[in-house]
Design a binder for this molecule. Structure first.
Ligand code: UDP
Length: 491
């Protein structure tokens, strides 16, 4: 008899891969033992960073042989081509991979003793949809951000159609998406900002294609985003086609057993010596980074107030138009060159700067942490929600401005930083927001609200959440009993 397999095709990037792996683990956990295997397709080349390789190794080791990774052969695409934006290059690579390697992979699987029960793809991998349809494989999109951003993506083709300028040039125009707070046009994700960018067409296509799959799986829960969930259900978000089935299965967050645990990270040891709820954690996702001038300004903001902090600092982006390091950049840099002279000594005891990476989930769940300055990446957002930590929202790229608007205006779990026209944030602005979050009545209310939401997130995990009907439908799995490990979230 053929062995049932669910194939997952994430977009490149740590955040996308981690979420997809977590979804795979959920499918495994809800399936009868040994009934199914998970196969995850990995885009290689510059996108498979050392951090991704070591993460994949740990997962393979922990879940062998239930989760296997299939690396697509390296494609030679010129990542240094200045005429193409990073998003356009990513669309090129995914499109080529899908055409050349994904089709071949499906053909190969058909010759083996595996039967593909379902395919779950990232929206960026939309080119896989027609190929899977030819083979009649049920295919779902896994949308790794929340319902707010999904509602905007569903509606974006309609807004784009009405515009005769690039969104980047509409610097003071607000867009109105059903069920969402208003959003500045220039705060949409980068690939869609410039009509002349080849990524623009791909991105709009990605949005309209969402409704063509068998369903869209979303990593959120209804209590967190009730307004956009309702707007999507009412069908007012999808511009042309009927709204596809949408499954809210969150909050799925990364499991700490898959992180490197040989030795407790120095920052956790440092946190042990700090008073409860006193430390502000600053971390901007797996790629977020700032110019040297902005790093220095953050340092000034942190130094002025006697605030305790734990700050993850990354190399400034080489391409100064970006707010993140590219996968193919050399990340070595001298921390002392970007921080103000003597900053580390002057803040010793009350502040700790960590280079490049900290174990975020453990940090957020440490009792010393009382606030989080976040770039509003969706994984970071859910991790903070599940840890009950209120935020200062400082969006940098992708759909993060949409997440910020939802966090600040709907969920009321974050204070937004005010940015200057070029998106620079001054030290005094940061200082002001930190004071508001850590030492004001508004901050106290936000802390309470975050704590309430954490309770609801736990409830979604333990009781009514996890809309797993998509698994039941296509994988013939009885998932009446949802077994989630309760203890792992307890602080
Ligand atoms: N992360 C971490 N330590 C760091 C930076 C990031 O553990 O120093 C993890 C974080 O916990 C989250 C992921 O990397 O799971 C970042 O995903 P997110 O969606 O927030 O942002 P992205 O990196 O995709 O922009």
């Amino acid at each position: 008899m053929k062995k049932d397999t669910v194939v997952l095709y994430p977009a490149p990037g740590m955040g996308h891969i981690i979420s997809m792996v977590e979804l795979g683990k959920l499918v495994l956990r809800e399936s009868p033992p040994n009934s199914i295997t998970i196969s995850i397709l990995i885009t290689t080349g510059p996108y498979e960073t050392p951090a991704i390789t070591s993460y994949i190794t740990r997962i393979s080791h922990n879940y062998h042989p239930s989760i296997t990774f299939h690396r697509f052969p390296h494609l030679s695409v010129d990542t240094g081509d200045r005429s193409r934006s990073p998003a356009a290059i990513m669309f090129d690579i995914i499109g080529l991979n899908t055409l050349q390697h994904f089709s071949h992979y499906l053909h190969h699987i058909a010759q083996t003793d595996h039967h593909i029960r379902a395919l779950i793809i990232d929206p960026f991998c939309f080119s896989a949809l027609p190929i899977a349809a030819q083979r009649r494989i049920p295919t779902y999109y896994f949308y790794t951000s929340g319902a707010s951003a999904l509602a905007a993506f569903f509606y974006l083709p309609k807004i784009a159609e009405q515009m005769d300028k690039s969104f980047k040039d509409l610097t003071s125009t607000y867009l109105h998406f059903p069920g969402l707070p208003k959003l500045l046009a220039s705060h949409l994700p980068e690939p869609v900002l410039d009509r002349n960018d080849p990524a623009y067409g791909d991105f709009i296509y990605l949005c309209s294609d969402l409704s063509k799959a068998d369903g869209v799986i979303v990593n959120t829960f209804e209590d967190l985003e009730p307004i956009p969930v309702r707007a999507i259900a009412d069908g007012c978000c999808v511009a042309e086609a009927p709204t596809p089935p949408v499954y809210y299965i969150g909050p799925i967050i990364a499991d700490s057993i898959d992180k490197e645990v040989e030795k407790r990270h120095e920052c956790l040891v440092w946190l042990d010596s700090q008073p409860n709820g006193s430390v502000l954690f600053l971390c901007f996702g797996s790629r977020g980074s700032f110019s040297e001038a902005q790093v220095r300004e953050i340092a000034i903001g942190l130094e002025r107030k006697e605030q305790r902090f734990l700050w993850v600092v990354r190399a400034p982006p080489r391409n100064t138009n970006l707010k993140h390091v590219s996968e193919y950049e050399d990340k070595n840099f001298d921390l002392n060159q970007v921080l103000p002279d003597g900053f580390v000594e002057r803040t010793k005891g009350r502040g700790l700067v960590v280079e490049e990476w900290a174990p975020q989930v453990e940090v957020l769940n440490h009792k010393a942490v009382g606030g989080f300055v976040s770039h509003c990446g969706w994984n970071s957002t859910l991790e903070a929600v599940v840890a009950g930590v209120p935020m200062i929202a400082w969006p940098l790229y992708a759909e993060q401005h949409l997440n910020r608007a939802a966090l600040v205006e709907d969920m009321k779990m974050a204070i937004g930083v005010e940015m200057e026209d070029d998106e620079f944030v001054s030290g005094s602005e940061l200082e002001k927001r930190v004071r508001e979050l850590m030492a004001s009545e508004k901050g106290r209310e936000m802390r309470e609200r975050s704590f309430e939401m954490r309770e609801r997130a736990l409830k979604a995990w333990e009781e009514q959440g996890y809309d797993l009907s998509f698994i039941r439908k296509h994988m013939k799995i009885d998932c009446n009993t949802i077994t989630i490990i309760r203890g792992k979230l307890n602080r």
